[in-house]
Unconditional design. Structure first.
Length: 84
């Protein structure tokens, strides 16, 4: 799972490293914006595919609700933090 996450985020990580090196290690806006934009796109696409794949007559239930709530809360906080 960690290698999959690294592989899907590698282009954004390398873009952020290149941006920070070109600016002589001063903060740039390109890297964080690219990472957050890509993560939000991936999150929305994965949710959309999961919804479309389940047949309409079948119902799925989240088995671990506390983990779902914590993940949803921290995701919303991260997106709101980047927005403001």
């Amino acid at each position: 799972l960690t290698l999959m996450a690294l592989g899907s985020s590698a282009p954004e990580i390398f873009l952020s490293i290149i941006d920070i090196c070109k600016k002589r290690f001063y903060f740039g806006t390109l890297g964080p914006a690219t990472i957050v934009g890509s993560a939000s796109f991936n999150l929305l696409v994965i949710i959309a595919v999961c919804i479309c794949v389940i047949p309409s007559d079948e119902v799925r239930v989240i088995s671990n609700l506390p983990a779902f709530y914590i993940t949803a809360l921290f995701s919303m906080v991260a997106y709101l933090w980047m927005a403001f």
